[in-house]
Design a protein around this ligand. Structure first.
Ligand code: TEU
Ligand code: CA
Length: 560
Protein backbone atom coordinates (compact mmCIF):
# COMPACT_ATOMS: atom_id res chain seq x y z
CA UNK A 1 0.00 0.00 0.00
CA UNK A 2 1.39 3.37 -0.99
CA UNK A 3 1.89 5.46 2.15
CA UNK A 4 -0.34 8.50 2.68
CA UNK A 5 -0.07 11.22 5.31
CA UNK A 6 -3.39 10.28 6.89
CA UNK A 7 -2.60 6.59 7.34
CA UNK A 8 -2.33 5.60 10.99
CA UNK A 9 -4.40 8.55 12.19
CA UNK A 10 -7.39 8.55 14.52
CA UNK A 11 -10.38 10.77 13.77
CA UNK A 12 -13.15 12.30 15.89
CA UNK A 13 -16.52 13.67 14.80
CA UNK A 14 -17.85 16.84 16.36
CA UNK A 15 -21.54 17.67 16.10
CA UNK A 16 -21.00 21.37 16.76
CA UNK A 17 -24.48 22.26 17.94
CA UNK A 18 -24.12 19.84 20.84
CA UNK A 19 -20.41 19.96 21.64
CA UNK A 20 -19.69 22.99 23.82
CA UNK A 21 -21.55 26.27 24.22
CA UNK A 22 -19.54 29.27 25.40
CA UNK A 23 -21.95 32.22 25.17
CA UNK A 24 -24.94 30.80 26.99
CA UNK A 25 -27.34 30.65 24.04
CA UNK A 26 -27.69 26.89 24.46
CA UNK A 27 -26.00 26.14 21.13
CA UNK A 28 -22.49 24.75 20.82
CA UNK A 29 -20.05 27.03 18.99
CA UNK A 30 -16.61 27.34 17.40
CA UNK A 31 -15.18 28.91 20.56
CA UNK A 32 -16.30 25.79 22.37
CA UNK A 33 -14.38 23.61 19.94
CA UNK A 34 -11.27 25.77 20.31
CA UNK A 35 -11.53 25.50 24.10
CA UNK A 36 -11.72 21.74 23.91
CA UNK A 37 -8.82 21.12 21.53
CA UNK A 38 -6.54 20.14 24.41
CA UNK A 39 -9.08 17.58 25.54
CA UNK A 40 -9.03 16.02 22.08
CA UNK A 41 -5.27 16.19 21.83
CA UNK A 42 -5.00 14.41 25.15
CA UNK A 43 -7.39 11.72 23.91
CA UNK A 44 -5.02 11.09 21.01
CA UNK A 45 -7.05 12.57 18.15
CA UNK A 46 -5.31 13.55 14.89
CA UNK A 47 -8.21 14.51 12.63
CA UNK A 48 -11.44 16.30 13.54
CA UNK A 49 -14.49 16.15 11.30
CA UNK A 50 -16.94 18.94 12.09
CA UNK A 51 -20.54 18.47 10.93
CA UNK A 52 -21.81 21.47 8.88
CA UNK A 53 -21.06 24.94 10.25
CA UNK A 54 -22.07 26.91 7.14
CA UNK A 55 -24.87 29.46 7.10
CA UNK A 56 -28.12 27.54 7.23
CA UNK A 57 -31.79 27.78 8.24
CA UNK A 58 -31.17 24.48 10.15
CA UNK A 59 -34.20 22.64 8.81
CA UNK A 60 -31.93 19.58 8.77
CA UNK A 61 -29.39 20.83 11.33
CA UNK A 62 -27.03 22.53 8.90
CA UNK A 63 -27.26 19.91 6.16
CA UNK A 64 -29.26 22.58 4.34
CA UNK A 65 -26.70 25.23 3.37
CA UNK A 66 -27.79 28.69 2.30
CA UNK A 67 -24.27 30.09 1.78
CA UNK A 68 -21.24 27.86 1.32
CA UNK A 69 -18.85 30.75 1.99
CA UNK A 70 -20.27 31.84 5.35
CA UNK A 71 -20.13 30.48 8.87
CA UNK A 72 -23.50 30.13 10.60
CA UNK A 73 -23.88 33.03 13.03
CA UNK A 74 -25.06 30.54 15.67
CA UNK A 75 -21.58 29.01 15.60
CA UNK A 76 -19.44 32.13 15.36
CA UNK A 77 -17.41 33.94 12.76
CA UNK A 78 -14.95 33.23 9.95
CA UNK A 79 -12.20 34.67 12.18
CA UNK A 80 -13.00 32.09 14.81
CA UNK A 81 -12.86 29.35 12.21
CA UNK A 82 -9.42 30.61 11.19
CA UNK A 83 -8.37 30.69 14.80
CA UNK A 84 -9.59 27.10 15.17
CA UNK A 85 -7.52 26.05 12.16
CA UNK A 86 -4.38 27.65 13.51
CA UNK A 87 -4.88 26.40 17.08
CA UNK A 88 -5.47 22.90 15.73
CA UNK A 89 -2.35 23.14 13.62
CA UNK A 90 -0.27 24.09 16.65
CA UNK A 91 -1.37 20.82 18.21
CA UNK A 92 -0.77 18.74 15.10
CA UNK A 93 -4.50 18.25 14.55
CA UNK A 94 -6.09 18.34 11.09
CA UNK A 95 -9.57 19.75 10.54
CA UNK A 96 -11.99 18.47 7.94
CA UNK A 97 -15.42 19.95 7.28
CA UNK A 98 -18.64 18.45 6.00
CA UNK A 99 -19.26 18.87 2.29
CA UNK A 100 -22.95 18.88 1.42
CA UNK A 101 -23.16 19.12 -2.35
CA UNK A 102 -26.02 16.83 -3.32
CA UNK A 103 -28.39 19.61 -2.28
CA UNK A 104 -28.41 23.05 -0.76
CA UNK A 105 -31.02 25.03 1.17
CA UNK A 106 -34.11 26.47 -0.49
CA UNK A 107 -32.87 29.77 0.99
CA UNK A 108 -29.68 29.64 -1.09
CA UNK A 109 -29.46 32.49 -3.58
CA UNK A 110 -29.26 30.02 -6.48
CA UNK A 111 -32.55 28.42 -5.55
CA UNK A 112 -34.29 31.71 -4.86
CA UNK A 113 -33.34 32.87 -8.36
CA UNK A 114 -34.35 29.53 -9.83
CA UNK A 115 -37.77 29.67 -8.22
CA UNK A 116 -38.35 33.14 -9.63
CA UNK A 117 -37.67 31.78 -13.11
CA UNK A 118 -37.45 27.98 -13.44
CA UNK A 119 -36.65 28.31 -17.14
CA UNK A 120 -33.77 30.74 -16.59
CA UNK A 121 -30.07 30.16 -15.98
CA UNK A 122 -30.47 29.20 -12.30
CA UNK A 123 -33.32 26.82 -13.07
CA UNK A 124 -30.61 24.65 -14.63
CA UNK A 125 -28.82 24.43 -11.28
CA UNK A 126 -31.68 22.26 -10.02
CA UNK A 127 -34.17 19.79 -11.43
CA UNK A 128 -37.40 21.43 -12.52
CA UNK A 129 -39.59 18.87 -14.23
CA UNK A 130 -43.16 19.19 -15.49
CA UNK A 131 -45.82 17.12 -13.79
CA UNK A 132 -47.79 14.35 -15.45
CA UNK A 133 -51.55 14.93 -15.69
CA UNK A 134 -51.44 17.33 -12.80
CA UNK A 135 -49.45 14.90 -10.68
CA UNK A 136 -45.80 14.46 -9.67
CA UNK A 137 -43.41 13.32 -12.45
CA UNK A 138 -42.92 9.93 -10.77
CA UNK A 139 -43.45 7.90 -7.60
CA UNK A 140 -40.14 8.36 -5.77
CA UNK A 141 -40.34 8.81 -2.00
CA UNK A 142 -37.84 11.05 -0.25
CA UNK A 143 -35.51 10.08 2.61
CA UNK A 144 -37.60 12.13 4.99
CA UNK A 145 -40.99 10.89 3.74
CA UNK A 146 -43.45 12.07 1.09
CA UNK A 147 -42.76 12.67 -2.59
CA UNK A 148 -39.36 13.89 -3.80
CA UNK A 149 -41.31 16.41 -5.92
CA UNK A 150 -42.52 19.75 -4.68
CA UNK A 151 -44.87 21.78 -6.89
CA UNK A 152 -43.76 25.27 -7.89
CA UNK A 153 -46.69 27.63 -7.31
CA UNK A 154 -48.21 29.18 -10.42
CA UNK A 155 -46.44 26.78 -12.83
CA UNK A 156 -46.77 23.14 -13.85
CA UNK A 157 -43.21 22.50 -12.66
CA UNK A 158 -42.05 20.44 -9.73
CA UNK A 159 -38.58 20.58 -8.23
CA UNK A 160 -36.65 17.57 -6.99
CA UNK A 161 -35.56 17.04 -3.38
CA UNK A 162 -34.28 13.68 -2.11
CA UNK A 163 -34.33 14.93 1.49
CA UNK A 164 -36.60 17.67 2.94
CA UNK A 165 -38.44 20.00 0.57
CA UNK A 166 -36.20 22.75 1.94
CA UNK A 167 -33.20 20.84 0.50
CA UNK A 168 -33.48 21.06 -3.32
CA UNK A 169 -31.11 18.73 -5.20
CA UNK A 170 -28.34 20.32 -7.23
CA UNK A 171 -28.12 19.42 -10.90
CA UNK A 172 -24.77 17.74 -11.46
CA UNK A 173 -25.34 17.49 -15.23
CA UNK A 174 -24.75 21.25 -15.32
CA UNK A 175 -21.07 21.98 -15.92
CA UNK A 176 -21.36 25.55 -14.70
CA UNK A 177 -22.83 24.39 -11.39
CA UNK A 178 -20.10 21.78 -10.98
CA UNK A 179 -17.45 24.42 -11.58
CA UNK A 180 -18.98 26.66 -8.90
CA UNK A 181 -18.85 23.79 -6.44
CA UNK A 182 -15.20 23.04 -7.30
CA UNK A 183 -14.26 26.69 -6.84
CA UNK A 184 -15.93 26.70 -3.45
CA UNK A 185 -14.19 23.48 -2.36
CA UNK A 186 -10.80 24.82 -3.45
CA UNK A 187 -11.45 28.09 -1.63
CA UNK A 188 -11.86 26.11 1.61
CA UNK A 189 -8.84 23.94 0.94
CA UNK A 190 -6.78 27.10 0.34
CA UNK A 191 -7.82 28.23 3.82
CA UNK A 192 -6.03 25.26 5.28
CA UNK A 193 -8.66 22.59 5.68
CA UNK A 194 -7.15 19.10 5.47
CA UNK A 195 -10.15 17.72 3.62
CA UNK A 196 -13.83 16.84 3.85
CA UNK A 197 -16.41 14.31 4.87
CA UNK A 198 -18.66 14.14 1.84
CA UNK A 199 -22.37 13.96 2.51
CA UNK A 200 -24.89 11.71 0.78
CA UNK A 201 -22.71 11.70 -2.29
CA UNK A 202 -24.15 8.66 -4.11
CA UNK A 203 -27.33 10.65 -4.65
CA UNK A 204 -25.80 13.14 -7.09
CA UNK A 205 -26.35 10.87 -10.09
CA UNK A 206 -29.97 10.78 -11.25
CA UNK A 207 -31.68 8.66 -13.85
CA UNK A 208 -32.77 11.48 -16.13
CA UNK A 209 -35.68 9.46 -17.50
CA UNK A 210 -37.10 9.74 -13.98
CA UNK A 211 -38.78 6.33 -14.24
CA UNK A 212 -41.42 5.22 -11.76
CA UNK A 213 -40.64 1.90 -10.10
CA UNK A 214 -42.71 -0.88 -8.56
CA UNK A 215 -44.07 0.65 -5.31
CA UNK A 216 -42.68 -0.61 -2.00
CA UNK A 217 -45.35 1.14 0.05
CA UNK A 218 -49.14 1.01 0.07
CA UNK A 219 -49.35 4.66 -0.97
CA UNK A 220 -47.84 3.73 -4.36
CA UNK A 221 -44.43 5.31 -3.73
CA UNK A 222 -40.98 3.75 -3.79
CA UNK A 223 -37.96 4.81 -1.72
CA UNK A 224 -35.62 6.91 -3.85
CA UNK A 225 -32.69 4.60 -3.00
CA UNK A 226 -34.24 2.27 -5.61
CA UNK A 227 -33.12 4.77 -8.25
CA UNK A 228 -29.74 5.34 -6.57
CA UNK A 229 -29.08 1.60 -6.73
CA UNK A 230 -30.28 1.24 -10.32
CA UNK A 231 -28.53 4.13 -12.01
CA UNK A 232 -24.97 3.71 -13.32
CA UNK A 233 -22.10 6.12 -13.64
CA UNK A 234 -21.81 8.18 -10.45
CA UNK A 235 -18.04 7.54 -10.54
CA UNK A 236 -17.65 9.76 -13.61
CA UNK A 237 -18.70 12.76 -11.53
CA UNK A 238 -16.64 11.64 -8.58
CA UNK A 239 -13.49 11.30 -10.67
CA UNK A 240 -13.89 14.81 -12.00
CA UNK A 241 -14.61 16.13 -8.51
CA UNK A 242 -11.43 14.51 -7.20
CA UNK A 243 -9.25 15.70 -10.10
CA UNK A 244 -10.51 19.28 -9.87
CA UNK A 245 -10.24 19.63 -6.11
CA UNK A 246 -9.05 17.09 -3.51
CA UNK A 247 -6.24 15.60 -5.52
CA UNK A 248 -4.56 18.96 -6.09
CA UNK A 249 -4.29 19.46 -2.33
CA UNK A 250 -3.58 15.90 -1.25
CA UNK A 251 -6.71 16.27 0.87
CA UNK A 252 -8.11 13.58 3.14
CA UNK A 253 -11.65 12.69 2.11
CA UNK A 254 -14.17 10.33 3.60
CA UNK A 255 -17.26 9.58 1.60
CA UNK A 256 -20.67 8.88 3.07
CA UNK A 257 -21.35 6.09 0.63
CA UNK A 258 -24.40 3.89 0.79
CA UNK A 259 -25.75 1.70 -2.01
CA UNK A 260 -22.41 1.09 -3.68
CA UNK A 261 -21.87 -2.07 -5.67
CA UNK A 262 -19.18 -4.14 -3.94
CA UNK A 263 -17.09 -4.52 -7.09
CA UNK A 264 -16.70 -0.72 -7.17
CA UNK A 265 -14.75 -0.54 -3.92
CA UNK A 266 -11.44 -0.02 -5.74
CA UNK A 267 -12.87 2.92 -7.65
CA UNK A 268 -13.81 4.51 -4.34
CA UNK A 269 -10.90 3.76 -2.01
CA UNK A 270 -8.21 2.08 -4.11
CA UNK A 271 -4.82 3.70 -4.74
CA UNK A 272 -6.33 5.83 -7.51
CA UNK A 273 -9.72 5.96 -5.79
CA UNK A 274 -11.96 9.01 -5.80
CA UNK A 275 -11.87 9.24 -1.98
CA UNK A 276 -9.24 8.49 0.65
CA UNK A 277 -11.73 6.29 2.45
CA UNK A 278 -15.46 5.66 2.90
CA UNK A 279 -17.38 4.72 6.04
CA UNK A 280 -18.08 1.08 6.65
CA UNK A 281 -21.81 1.14 7.45
CA UNK A 282 -22.29 -2.61 7.28
CA UNK A 283 -23.02 -3.01 11.02
CA UNK A 284 -25.64 -0.29 10.79
CA UNK A 285 -27.28 -1.78 7.73
CA UNK A 286 -27.36 -5.17 9.42
CA UNK A 287 -29.27 -3.83 12.39
CA UNK A 288 -31.60 -1.32 10.77
CA UNK A 289 -33.39 -1.10 7.48
CA UNK A 290 -32.61 2.29 5.96
CA UNK A 291 -35.63 4.52 5.73
CA UNK A 292 -37.88 2.10 7.60
CA UNK A 293 -37.27 2.11 11.31
CA UNK A 294 -40.35 0.10 12.16
CA UNK A 295 -39.27 -2.87 10.10
CA UNK A 296 -37.52 -4.78 12.80
CA UNK A 297 -34.39 -6.69 11.79
CA UNK A 298 -33.43 -9.83 13.63
CA UNK A 299 -29.74 -10.31 14.19
CA UNK A 300 -27.35 -11.95 16.59
CA UNK A 301 -23.99 -10.94 18.04
CA UNK A 302 -22.42 -13.45 15.65
CA UNK A 303 -24.11 -11.84 12.63
CA UNK A 304 -22.65 -8.56 13.82
CA UNK A 305 -19.14 -9.94 14.09
CA UNK A 306 -19.34 -11.67 10.71
CA UNK A 307 -20.45 -8.41 9.15
CA UNK A 308 -17.33 -6.72 10.51
CA UNK A 309 -15.12 -9.56 9.34
CA UNK A 310 -16.52 -9.46 5.79
CA UNK A 311 -16.07 -5.70 5.46
CA UNK A 312 -12.46 -6.06 6.60
CA UNK A 313 -11.85 -8.87 4.13
CA UNK A 314 -13.49 -6.94 1.27
CA UNK A 315 -11.10 -4.03 1.74
CA UNK A 316 -7.95 -6.17 2.06
CA UNK A 317 -5.54 -5.38 -0.74
CA UNK A 318 -7.77 -2.50 -1.94
CA UNK A 319 -7.76 0.28 0.64
CA UNK A 320 -8.85 1.34 4.11
CA UNK A 321 -12.36 1.72 5.42
CA UNK A 322 -13.29 4.39 7.95
CA UNK A 323 -14.53 2.37 10.93
CA UNK A 324 -17.34 3.75 13.04
CA UNK A 325 -19.67 2.61 15.77
CA UNK A 326 -21.61 5.87 15.92
CA UNK A 327 -22.34 9.12 14.14
CA UNK A 328 -24.93 11.89 14.33
CA UNK A 329 -27.49 9.82 12.37
CA UNK A 330 -27.25 6.65 14.38
CA UNK A 331 -28.26 5.56 17.88
CA UNK A 332 -25.54 5.22 20.53
CA UNK A 333 -23.47 2.05 20.14
CA UNK A 334 -23.89 0.75 23.69
CA UNK A 335 -27.68 0.92 23.43
CA UNK A 336 -27.75 -0.35 19.89
CA UNK A 337 -25.27 -3.16 19.48
CA UNK A 338 -24.88 -4.58 22.97
CA UNK A 339 -27.28 -7.08 24.54
CA UNK A 340 -28.75 -5.95 27.89
CA UNK A 341 -26.17 -7.89 29.96
CA UNK A 342 -23.37 -5.99 28.20
CA UNK A 343 -24.80 -2.48 28.39
CA UNK A 344 -22.28 -1.34 30.94
CA UNK A 345 -18.76 -0.02 31.32
CA UNK A 346 -17.10 -3.33 30.47
CA UNK A 347 -19.26 -3.77 27.39
CA UNK A 348 -18.46 -0.24 26.20
CA UNK A 349 -14.75 -0.95 26.49
CA UNK A 350 -15.21 -4.30 24.77
CA UNK A 351 -16.83 -2.94 21.60
CA UNK A 352 -14.37 -0.06 21.54
CA UNK A 353 -11.58 -2.64 21.46
CA UNK A 354 -13.23 -4.44 18.54
CA UNK A 355 -13.74 -1.25 16.54
CA UNK A 356 -10.56 0.73 17.17
CA UNK A 357 -8.05 -1.99 16.36
CA UNK A 358 -9.55 -2.98 13.01
CA UNK A 359 -7.68 -2.16 9.84
CA UNK A 360 -8.76 1.27 8.64
CA UNK A 361 -9.20 4.76 10.02
CA UNK A 362 -11.08 4.79 13.33
CA UNK A 363 -13.67 7.55 13.76
CA UNK A 364 -14.97 8.25 17.25
CA UNK A 365 -18.20 10.21 17.60
CA UNK A 366 -18.39 12.82 20.37
CA UNK A 367 -19.47 11.25 23.63
CA UNK A 368 -18.73 7.71 22.48
CA UNK A 369 -15.43 7.91 24.37
CA UNK A 370 -17.25 8.41 27.68
CA UNK A 371 -19.93 5.81 26.97
CA UNK A 372 -22.90 8.07 26.30
CA UNK A 373 -26.13 6.16 25.74
CA UNK A 374 -29.46 6.63 23.97
CA UNK A 375 -31.83 9.13 25.53
CA UNK A 376 -35.45 8.00 25.13
CA UNK A 377 -38.11 10.74 25.40
CA UNK A 378 -41.71 10.20 26.58
CA UNK A 379 -43.44 12.05 23.82
CA UNK A 380 -42.84 12.62 20.13
CA UNK A 381 -43.10 16.39 20.66
CA UNK A 382 -39.89 16.38 22.62
CA UNK A 383 -37.89 15.26 19.59
CA UNK A 384 -36.38 17.84 17.28
CA UNK A 385 -35.08 15.76 14.36
CA UNK A 386 -36.97 15.95 11.05
CA UNK A 387 -36.32 12.29 10.28
CA UNK A 388 -37.61 11.13 13.67
CA UNK A 389 -40.89 12.98 13.14
CA UNK A 390 -41.26 11.43 9.71
CA UNK A 391 -40.47 7.91 10.92
CA UNK A 392 -43.07 8.32 13.63
CA UNK A 393 -45.69 9.17 11.01
CA UNK A 394 -44.54 6.27 8.81
CA UNK A 395 -44.89 3.89 11.71
CA UNK A 396 -48.43 5.13 12.44
CA UNK A 397 -49.32 4.75 8.76
CA UNK A 398 -48.07 1.18 8.87
CA UNK A 399 -50.64 0.50 11.59
CA UNK A 400 -48.53 0.78 14.75
CA UNK A 401 -50.07 2.37 17.82
CA UNK A 402 -48.74 5.71 19.10
CA UNK A 403 -47.02 3.90 21.91
CA UNK A 404 -45.35 1.46 19.54
CA UNK A 405 -44.31 4.21 17.16
CA UNK A 406 -42.74 6.15 20.03
CA UNK A 407 -40.83 3.04 21.11
CA UNK A 408 -39.33 2.80 17.61
CA UNK A 409 -38.22 6.43 17.81
CA UNK A 410 -36.75 5.91 21.26
CA UNK A 411 -34.57 3.19 19.79
CA UNK A 412 -33.60 4.69 16.49
CA UNK A 413 -34.01 8.47 16.69
CA UNK A 414 -31.07 10.47 15.42
CA UNK A 415 -31.53 12.68 18.49
CA UNK A 416 -30.17 9.82 20.61
CA UNK A 417 -26.73 10.83 19.38
CA UNK A 418 -27.41 14.56 19.25
CA UNK A 419 -28.02 15.29 22.93
CA UNK A 420 -25.39 17.66 24.34
CA UNK A 421 -21.94 16.44 25.25
CA UNK A 422 -21.70 15.57 28.94
CA UNK A 423 -18.69 17.44 30.29
CA UNK A 424 -19.33 17.43 34.02
CA UNK A 425 -21.91 16.85 36.73
CA UNK A 426 -22.63 20.56 36.94
CA UNK A 427 -25.97 21.90 35.84
CA UNK A 428 -26.65 21.30 32.11
CA UNK A 429 -23.75 18.85 32.12
CA UNK A 430 -21.25 21.69 31.71
CA UNK A 431 -22.48 22.07 28.13
CA UNK A 432 -24.10 25.47 28.56
CA UNK A 433 -24.98 28.04 31.19
CA UNK A 434 -28.22 28.74 29.34
CA UNK A 435 -31.05 26.53 28.12
CA UNK A 436 -29.73 23.74 25.88
CA UNK A 437 -31.25 23.53 22.37
CA UNK A 438 -31.95 19.83 22.88
CA UNK A 439 -32.64 17.84 26.06
CA UNK A 440 -29.68 16.57 28.03
CA UNK A 441 -29.46 12.92 28.93
CA UNK A 442 -30.27 12.74 32.68
CA UNK A 443 -27.48 10.19 33.16
CA UNK A 444 -24.90 13.01 32.91
CA UNK A 445 -24.37 12.94 36.67
CA UNK A 446 -22.67 9.56 36.29
CA UNK A 447 -21.50 9.69 32.68
CA UNK A 448 -19.36 12.78 32.12
CA UNK A 449 -15.85 13.76 31.11
CA UNK A 450 -14.79 15.24 34.43
CA UNK A 451 -15.76 12.19 36.48
CA UNK A 452 -14.12 9.89 33.98
CA UNK A 453 -10.91 11.85 33.88
CA UNK A 454 -10.62 11.28 37.61
CA UNK A 455 -11.35 7.56 37.47
CA UNK A 456 -8.43 5.44 36.20
CA UNK A 457 -10.83 2.66 35.26
CA UNK A 458 -13.19 4.83 33.23
CA UNK A 459 -14.27 4.28 29.63
CA UNK A 460 -12.52 7.54 28.72
CA UNK A 461 -9.19 6.39 30.13
CA UNK A 462 -9.59 3.08 28.33
CA UNK A 463 -10.11 4.90 25.01
CA UNK A 464 -6.92 6.83 25.68
CA UNK A 465 -5.02 3.61 26.21
CA UNK A 466 -6.53 2.00 23.11
CA UNK A 467 -5.59 4.97 20.93
CA UNK A 468 -2.13 5.18 22.44
CA UNK A 469 -1.59 1.48 21.76
CA UNK A 470 -2.79 1.82 18.19
CA UNK A 471 -0.45 4.74 17.57
CA UNK A 472 2.53 3.51 19.60
CA UNK A 473 5.87 3.41 17.82
CA UNK A 474 6.12 -0.35 18.21
CA UNK A 475 2.72 -1.19 16.78
CA UNK A 476 1.51 1.62 14.54
CA UNK A 477 2.76 -0.16 11.46
CA UNK A 478 1.04 -3.41 12.39
CA UNK A 479 -2.28 -1.70 13.17
CA UNK A 480 -2.16 0.44 10.05
CA UNK A 481 -0.86 -1.92 7.42
CA UNK A 482 -0.89 -5.35 9.03
CA UNK A 483 -3.28 -7.99 7.74
CA UNK A 484 -6.62 -8.57 9.41
CA UNK A 485 -7.23 -12.24 10.08
CA UNK A 486 -10.35 -13.46 11.90
CA UNK A 487 -9.79 -16.22 14.45
CA UNK A 488 -12.13 -18.57 16.36
CA UNK A 489 -14.83 -17.63 13.89
CA UNK A 490 -17.15 -20.38 15.02
CA UNK A 491 -16.82 -19.63 18.74
CA UNK A 492 -20.15 -18.15 19.74
CA UNK A 493 -20.00 -14.62 21.17
CA UNK A 494 -16.24 -14.37 20.72
CA UNK A 495 -15.08 -11.54 18.49
CA UNK A 496 -11.44 -12.12 17.74
CA UNK A 497 -8.88 -11.28 15.14
CA UNK A 498 -5.18 -11.04 14.50
CA UNK A 499 -3.36 -8.03 13.15
CA UNK A 500 -0.19 -9.28 11.65
CA UNK A 501 2.86 -8.10 9.75
CA UNK A 502 6.51 -9.19 9.53
CA UNK A 503 7.24 -7.74 12.96
CA UNK A 504 4.25 -8.58 15.11
CA UNK A 505 1.34 -10.88 15.59
CA UNK A 506 -1.26 -9.18 17.74
CA UNK A 507 -4.39 -10.99 18.85
CA UNK A 508 -7.51 -9.07 19.82
CA UNK A 509 -9.88 -11.20 21.90
CA UNK A 510 -13.29 -10.00 23.04
CA UNK A 511 -15.95 -12.02 24.80
CA UNK A 512 -19.39 -10.59 24.05
CA UNK A 513 -21.23 -13.70 25.19
CA UNK A 514 -22.91 -13.83 28.60
CA UNK A 515 -20.60 -16.50 29.99
CA UNK A 516 -16.97 -17.27 30.70
CA UNK A 517 -15.08 -18.63 27.75
CA UNK A 518 -11.81 -20.48 27.49
CA UNK A 519 -9.81 -19.72 24.42
CA UNK A 520 -6.89 -21.91 23.39
CA UNK A 521 -3.72 -20.27 22.09
CA UNK A 522 -1.46 -21.91 19.56
CA UNK A 523 1.54 -19.76 20.52
CA UNK A 524 2.76 -18.46 23.86
CA UNK A 525 1.88 -14.95 25.00
CA UNK A 526 4.79 -12.57 24.72
CA UNK A 527 3.01 -9.63 26.29
CA UNK A 528 -0.45 -8.49 27.38
CA UNK A 529 -0.78 -5.15 25.59
CA UNK A 530 -4.16 -4.13 26.98
CA UNK A 531 -7.02 -5.56 28.96
CA UNK A 532 -10.32 -4.19 30.24
CA UNK A 533 -10.43 -6.71 33.07
CA UNK A 534 -8.26 -7.71 35.91
CA UNK A 535 -6.23 -10.02 33.85
CA UNK A 536 -3.87 -12.16 35.81
CA UNK A 537 -1.04 -13.57 33.83
CA UNK A 538 -1.87 -17.03 32.65
CA UNK A 539 1.11 -18.99 31.55
CA UNK A 540 -0.83 -21.87 30.09
CA UNK A 541 -1.86 -22.39 26.53
CA UNK A 542 -5.23 -20.70 26.85
CA UNK A 543 -6.85 -17.53 28.18
CA UNK A 544 -10.04 -17.36 30.11
CA UNK A 545 -12.29 -14.41 29.41
CA UNK A 546 -15.31 -13.41 31.46
CA UNK A 547 -18.39 -11.95 29.78
CA UNK A 548 -17.51 -8.51 28.29
CA UNK A 549 -13.80 -8.98 28.83
CA UNK A 550 -11.40 -7.80 26.15
CA UNK A 551 -7.71 -8.49 25.91
CA UNK A 552 -5.03 -7.60 23.39
CA UNK A 553 -2.07 -9.95 23.28
CA UNK A 554 1.22 -10.02 21.53
CA UNK A 555 1.89 -13.61 20.59
CA UNK A 556 5.33 -15.07 20.00
CA UNK A 557 5.88 -15.49 16.28
CA UNK A 558 6.89 -18.99 15.41
CA UNK A 559 10.45 -19.09 14.11
CA UNK A 560 10.66 -20.98 10.88
O1 TEU B 1 -27.27 11.35 5.57
C1 TEU B 1 -27.55 10.69 4.37
C2 TEU B 1 -28.43 9.55 4.46
O2 TEU B 1 -28.38 8.68 3.59
C3 TEU B 1 -29.54 9.54 5.48
O3 TEU B 1 -30.67 9.06 4.79
C4 TEU B 1 -29.42 8.69 6.64
O4 TEU B 1 -29.56 7.36 6.25
C5 TEU B 1 -30.52 9.17 7.56
O5 TEU B 1 -29.91 10.12 8.38
C6 TEU B 1 -31.18 8.16 8.39
O6 TEU B 1 -32.28 8.77 9.06
C7 TEU B 1 -26.64 12.59 5.44
C8 TEU B 1 -26.39 13.23 6.79
O7 TEU B 1 -25.51 12.44 7.54
C9 TEU B 1 -27.69 13.47 7.48
O8 TEU B 1 -27.54 14.00 8.76
C10 TEU B 1 -28.48 14.43 6.62
O9 TEU B 1 -29.76 14.58 7.15
C11 TEU B 1 -28.59 13.94 5.17
O10 TEU B 1 -27.36 13.49 4.64
C12 TEU B 1 -29.03 15.07 4.28
O11 TEU B 1 -27.99 15.98 4.10
CA1 CA C 1 -23.29 29.29 21.68
Amino acid sequence: MKKQWWHGKVAYQIYPKSFQDTNGDGIGDLRGIINRLDYLKDLGIDIIWISPIYQSPFVDQGYDISDYYKIAKEFGTMEELEELLSEAKKRGIFIIMDLVINHCSDQHEWFQKALANPEGEYGKYFYFVKGKNGKEPNNWRSYFGGSVWEPVKGTDYYYLHFFAKEQPDLNWTNKELRQKLYDMINWWLEKGLAGFRIDAIMNIKKDLDFPSYEPDSEDGTVHVTKMVESVEGVEEYLKELNEQTFKKYDAFTVGEVFNMKKEQLGTFIGEEGVFSTIFDFSQHILTQEEGDWHQERQWTMDDWKKTIYSAQEEAEGIGLYANILENHDEPRAISRFLPPYAQNKQGAKAIATVSLLLKGIPFIYQGQEIGMTNCPMDSIDQYDDISTKDQYEEALKAGLSEEEALKICQRFSRDNARTPMQWSEEEQAGFTTGKPWLFINPNYKEINVKAEEEDVDSILNYYKKLIALRKSKEYIHTFTYGKFLPVYEEKEGIVAYDREDEENKIRVLVNLSDHVSQIPLEAPIEEVLLSNGYYEEQKGDYVELKSCEAIVLKLKQSVQ
